[in-house]
Design a protein around this ligand. Structure first.
Ligand code: DX5
Ligand code: ZN
Length: 217
């Protein structure tokens, strides 16, 4: 059964706490927090202050997805704010190794992220440093996009490397995930599913979380 990470990008910003409590009580293990800088991706979202505000209201794992150019500038701030996992895109810095080292030194779990157009080979040299790999299943920047089926083979490729080398990182997928698309992801080896619009643009977010889990039993 897959772990579920609702993305608060699609939550109600004015009533964030009830939305977070809802998914927490529904058994979501992880809370996915999307950070966008208006440069690596066109949109802007929020910064470390949001993570700091959210930290005391939930025990869920806080998974910070940095869609930020040169993320090493901010990883310590996010760790201090209470992030458990900090994800940095390999496309966003010439110093991915250093960025991951900085996350680890700051006491958080390092995660490397790849866009749909980036091959798994681009992150091979850092796979022994990470606790999680995020395979983007849409091009990052917006919620509510269509799942890109072509990304599934990369999940399987990572899963094979994981087994061959004895690594134990989680494989997370993000973008266009619903009770249909999650099935192929889980079969290919994904262990964590981010879901934004599927969970929050629904009358009953708890039922959506259950549906993702039931589909991957
Ligand atoms: C997209 C973000 C996602 C987004 C997913 O760039 O990284 O986390 O919230 O939204 P859905 O699940 O609606 O595709
Ligand atoms: Zn995300």
């Amino acid at each position: 059964m897959i772990k579920v990470a609702p993305s608060i990008l699609s939550a109600d910003y004015v009533n964030l706490q009830p939305d977070i409590e809802k998914v927490d009580q529904a058994g979501a293990e992880v809370l996915h927090i999307d950070i966008m800088d208006g440069s690596f991706v066109p949109a802007l979202s929020y910064g470390p202050g949001w993570v700091k505000a959210i930290r005391p209201i939930t025990k869920m794992v806080l998974d910070v997805h940095m869609m930020v150019q040169n993320p090493e500038r901010y990883v310590e701030d996010f760790a201090k704010a209470g992030a458990d996992i900090i994800g940095v895109h390999v496309e966003a810095t010439p110093h991915i190794h250093r960025a991951l080292q900085m996350i680890q030194n700051a006491g958080a779990t390092p995660e490397v992220v790849i866009n749909p157009g980036t091959p798994v080979s681009a992150i091979l040299p850092v796979l022994d440093m990470v606790g999680q790999v995020l395979v983007m299943t849409v091009n990052p920047g917006f919620g509510g996009q269509k799942f890109l089926q072509s990304t599934v083979s990369k999940i399987a490729e990572l899963d094979a490397i994981k087994k061959e080398k004895g690594y134990d990182f989680d494989i997370e997928v993000d973008g266009g995930v619903n009770d249909q698309t999650v099935v192929d992801c889980a079969k290919a080896g994904a262990t964590v599913a981010v879901a934004g619009s599927y969970v929050f643009n629904a009358d009953d977010p708890a039922a959506r979380i259950k549906a993702l889990k039931d589909a991957t039993k």
